[in-house]
Design a binder for this molecule. Structure first.
Ligand code: IPE
Ligand code: IPE
Ligand code: MG
Length: 225
């Protein structure tokens, strides 16, 4: 059976879920947040150590202002609500992505939350915010250049946001769309990828367990036979 430490998820399909219910896209985002809470709990149950969630991409700034505003409000609410719980339940929060240009209050809230939960060990939730894999790689190369370090695999990995985190064994993308959308291009080099038809708000414990079980039985070759 394959071991499992790290699951990464492209949580896609919120907007369509809202529209399908004759409500707004934002209604779908709100519902999607419930799934996030569920998946965190189930990940702990399954002894997963790292859960990386794609919440906002460097490309998502193209969306209508009202949707962006709503997503950031949701993020704020999520952090307010969850940070006490994370602290209590031994969950670490880490942000991956460039939050430097976020409004000052939110940025502080995020970095404070990272600090408060830094020593927590049960599960690490990596929240990808204003995250883009191409930018992450360019940033790593720039850091290497500045430090005058050699360009090699080890040094590149050490300068990614994901430094020190094992590569995901599993990537799940919900929402019936088969692409990576600039997510973890380096880290996913040998990841098992599961495309899920369901929209993110509909994704449930059974769907998640099925993927975990299928992964455990997958023959992973890493180039070997
Ligand atoms: C959630 O799904 C992803 C986020 C950017 C938060 P979408 O908002 O992309 O939903 P669809 O794909 O348009 O249905
Ligand atoms: C990827 O979903 C980004 C997040 C889940 C945060 P998108 O819905 O933005 O991806 P594309 O634009 O359809 O590829
Ligand atoms: Mg989408």
């Amino acid at each position: 059976m394959n071991s499992l430490q790290h699951v990464a998820i492209i949580m896609d399909g919120n907007g369509r879920w809202g529209i399908k219910r004759k409500k707004s896209r934002n209604f779908g985002h709100k519902a999607g947040l419930k799934t996030v809470e569920k998946i965190i709990k189930i990940s702990i149950k399954n002894k997963i150590k790292y859960l990386t969630l794609f919440a906002f991409s460097t490309e998502n700034w193209k969306r209508p202002k009202n949707e962006i505003k709503f997503l950031f409000k949701l993020l704020d609410t999520f952090i307010n609500k969850k940070i006490v719980e994370f602290k209590k339940n031994n969950i670490r929060l880490k942000i991956i992505g460039d939050i430097n240009n976020f409004n000052h209050k939110l940025k502080k809230k995020l970095t404070d939350s990272e600090k408060i939960t830094l020593k927590n060990k049960k599960l690490q939730v990596n929240l990808a915010l204003n995250y883009g894999s191409k930018y992450e790689l360019v940033r790593a190369f720039k850091l290497l250049n500045k430090k005058k370090f050699k360009v090699n695999i080890k040094n590149i990995e050490k300068n990614l946001y994901s430094s020190g985190i094992p590569d995901p064994e599993i990537l799940i993308r919900t929402g019936n769309t088969h692409r990576l959308s600039n997510f973890l291009l380096w880290q996913l080099a040998y990841t098992e990828i599961f495309f899920e038809k369901k929209l993110w708000p509909d994704f449930n414990e059974k769907d998640y367990s099925q993927i975990l079980n299928k992964y455990k039985k997958t023959k992973r070759n890493f180039g070997n036979i």
